[in-house]
Design a protein around this ligand. Structure first.
Ligand code: ZN
Length: 402
């Protein structure tokens, strides 16, 4: 009993997912029991029906903590004490530097067949630490069909010591052939209060700021942390939220659309830009490219590959940034709808209550629903590669009417 309430260990950063933690902890315990059984006699591992499975699919909305859950589970599998959170197995597994934990976290738009084959080959290795070979695929929704097919057999008939942890936003984002071979766990959007509490506890954020950031981020933990700790991010969000209030004339709306895309894009580029600079430095050092030395023959080719990868990632980050801005906007109109419905609820944008109330008073609930649809339509359009600025302009014009 006491152990259950006192051992957050590797699970500490998993916010508002008590049921998932319980299931994964049980699985890690069953896995450890299986290891000790197989160690006590020779012969192949017996695999009785227990809480442990070799292939898992973790789904949940962005920011709910799917990859946090996957890494915590990886740590619990590698830790001799089931995920104490203190030993080196726990630390390295959480940081994805453990020799037997492979984290494939592509930030590009898709995972191709070559990447998938590399994962399969890696998965077949015997774990160096003698426990489990854990394969985390953070964006299983980005597997191309070919790549998914390349993974299929490895997931279906894994070597006895291999565990696959696939993460994706929703179960429908993963090919049926893959998902039918996995045990599926669905993370929920963490409650605002739980997100705020973790910001206070872990990041030392002031409670009032934590409450604001958790509300504004609508359950996205990473976004909440950024809003709470980065004033620029807060200012950009503030700019985005001015759009519904500046829809007087078409020209103003078009300007507002441009501003939104710019603010959202800046947010994203800042994040990936710093990362890219680091990577380029690291690679140059590894390749021996430096001041005064001649560039080795294949160094420029390798740097070019990295550069292409970084460009793809930047494109993706921009799209994600705009998507986040559109989620913020949809939140604004949901607030308007709540006021129009007379619901006594806390608004996502509580600090804008006056503006929300004013928009609510000057429009109808039907109009608000249409506006929410317009925002969702813009998200869908960008998702199928419509140029973001065009989609956002069309949206702002739609937001003006009715
Ligand atoms: Zn440990």
């Amino acid at each position: 009993m006491t152990a259950d309430t006192e051992t957050p260990g590797v699970w500490a950063d998993l916010v508002g997912q008590e049921r998932i933690v319980e299931i994964l902890r049980e699985a890690a315990e069953a896995a450890a029991a299986r290891l000790s059984r197989s160690g006590s006699h020779t012969g192949p591992d017996v695999a009785p029906a227990d809480a442990m499975t070799h292939a898992w699919l973790l789904t949940g909305p962005p920011g709910s903590g799917r990859s946090t859950a996957a890494r915590a589970f990886a740590a619990a599998l590698q830790c001799p004490s089931g995920g104490c959170g203190k030993c080196s197995a726990c630390h390295t597994a959480l940081a994805a530097t453990h020799a037997d934990v492979e984290v494939a976290n592509t930030r590009t738009l898709s995972i191709g067949v070559a990447d998938a084959r590399a994962l399969v080959s890696r998965a077949s290795r015997h774990p160096a630490g003698g426990r489990w070979q854990v394969m985390v695929v953070e964006d299983a929704d980005r597997l191309t069909e070919q790549a998914a097919n390349a993974l299929l057999k490895a997931i279906e008939e894994p070597t006895p010591r291999t565990v696959w942890l696939l993460c994706a936003p929703a179960v429908d984002d993963v090919l049926p052939t893959i998902r039918s071979r996995c045990r599926h766990l669905s993370l929920r959007t963490p409650p605002t209060t739980a997100v705020a509490a973790v910001l206070v506890r872990r990041d030392g954020v002031d409670p009032a700021m934590a409450a604001f950031a958790a509300r504004a981020a609508q359950g996205h933990i990473g976004r909440a942390r950024r809003l709470a700790t980065d004033e620029q991010a807060r200012l950009r969000r503030h700019d985005v939220m001015q759009l519904p209030l500046s829809l007087g004339r078409v020209s103003a709306a078009i300007t507002a659309a441009g501003d939104l895309v710019k603010a959202a894009t800046e947010d994203a580029t800042e994040e990936v830009g710093a990362l890219a600079a680091h990577e380029t430095e690291d690679m140059k050092r590894a390749l021996g490219v430096g001041a005064g030395t001649r560039q080795p023959g294949n160094a420029s080719a390798q740097l070019k590959v990295l550069e292409d990868e970084q460009k793809k990632r930047a494109t993706r980050a921009k799209r994600d940034g705009i998507d986040r801005a559109l989620i913020d906007l949809a939140g604004f109109y949901r607030d308007v709808l709540a006021v129009q419905a007379g619901a006594a609820v806390e608004l996502v944008n509580e600090e804008m209550r006056d503006a929300v109330t004013s928009v609510a008073r000057h429009s109808s609930a039907e109009g608000t629903l249409r506006r929410i649809d317009a925002v969702l339509a813009a998200r869908a359009a960008i998702d199928v590669n419509v140029a973001p600025l065009l989609a956002v302009e069309a949206m702002t014009v739609a937001l003006m009417s009715g």
